[in-house]
Design a binder for this molecule. Structure first.
Ligand code: SF4
Length: 329
């Protein structure tokens, strides 16, 4: 029996940062061993918020693929592709839209949240409201059996499952109902102590140089009560310590005790963190440099990924068109 399929994607709205790596990519690299993976740069999804200025989407799409390859996504095993290059996503989204009652979309918690949170973009468009329908098409067009997501995406996936149940109830087993592979999302703040976000300009990017990483780590916000070197600190409220829980598991005891007793300073801790981060990122940088020197290789990976994705999506669409009594292409 072949491997089961998964689908996941990222919107090309900025360069990839440590939050993307520890929250998703690291897990994707592992999932390649177990699943047939389709990884999508969701450029159409980027348009839901970036529709007034699309000038950076194509370049960011390419940069994301370079980051993916640099961290270890393997194009031999996984299809790395661009959503807009597989038109079947749009066709299935249109059809799924017919099966989606409007209140499902209006009640979606992330829709309401983002309308409130993202005040610097006009999101009052049909595309943004219909985001979960396109997302359902992205997943089901590959017969994906599972989707690696964070807790916040669960309501969207639940809506996908409801759409699938609805269409299957009327037309038989047309689409595969996907389940969630919940990946723990580590709490990593930006180096200014706020949520890591490109709009706050506080991210440590996978493509940052060693000096940039060290510089950002040295600026990281720590326990605000620890003002002087001799003040004891509390690692439980320090964002540097949150990073160390991932990067310096072998030194946590030293940091915890040293911080509470003031036998180490924040600079000692940050130096260790910068070292560990740079040790992690250096192989990614080397791979990135090699890919930047060989742009044809990146083009080839994207073209092959698009072709594989198209073939898989078309197989599903033939089945869907037939079930819905629509003419074949
Ligand atoms: S020593 Fe480390 S854990 Fe303690 S406050 Fe400073 S940076 Fe944070």
């Amino acid at each position: 029996m072949g491997k089961k399929r998964i689908l996941s994607g990222m919107r090309p709205t900025g360069r990839l940062h440590l939050g993307n790596y520890f929250g998703a990519l690291q897990n994707w690299v592992r999932l390649q061993d177990e699943y047939e993976c389709f990884f999508m740069v969701a450029d159409w999804h980027a348009l839901t918020s970036e529709w007034q200025d699309t000038s950076e989407i194509a370049e960011l799409t390419r940069q994301i693929v370079i980051d993916w390859l640099a961290v270890g996504l393997d194009p031999q095993r996984s299809a790395l592709f661009v959503q807009s290059q597989v038109k079947q996503h749009a066709e299935l989204a249109l059809l799924l839209g017919m099966f989606t009652p409007l209140p499902w979309l209006e009640r979606c918690p992330t829709y309401k949240e983002q309308i409130k949170e993202i005040s610097n973009r006009d999101l009052s468009n049909y595309g943004f409201l219909g985001y979960p329908v396109l997302q359902a098409a992205d997943i089901t067009v590959y017969d994906a059996e599972a989707v690696p997501i964070g807790e916040d995406q669960v309501p969207h996936l639940e809506m996908t499952r409801e759409m699938v149940r609805r269409i299957n109830h009327i037309y038989g087993e047309v689409l595969v109902e996907p389940r969630a592979i919940l990946s723990p999302t580590p709490k990593l703040l930006g180096y200014d102590g706020r949520k890591m976000s490109k709009s706050y300009d506080n991210c440590i990017y996978l493509s940052d140089s060693a000096d940039e990483v060290t510089d950002k780590v040295m600026q990281m916000v720590t326990d605000p009560q620890r003002v002087r070197r001799e003040d004891p600190g509390n690692p439980d409220i320090c964002s540097v310590f949150d990073y160390q829980k991932i990067l310096s598991k072998d030194r946590l005891d030293w940091i915890d005790k040293g911080c509470r007793s003031a036998s180490i300073g924040c600079v000692d801790d940050k130096k260790l963190l910068a070292e560990r981060l740079n040790a992690l990122l250096e192989p990614f940088r080397a791979k990135r440099r090699a890919l930047e020197a060989n742009p044809q290789e990146v083009d080839r990976v994207i073209e092959e990924g698009n072709a594989r994705a198209r073939a898989a999506a078309e197989t599903t669409m033939r089945r869907v068109r037939k079930a819905l009594n629509l003419p074949e292409n």
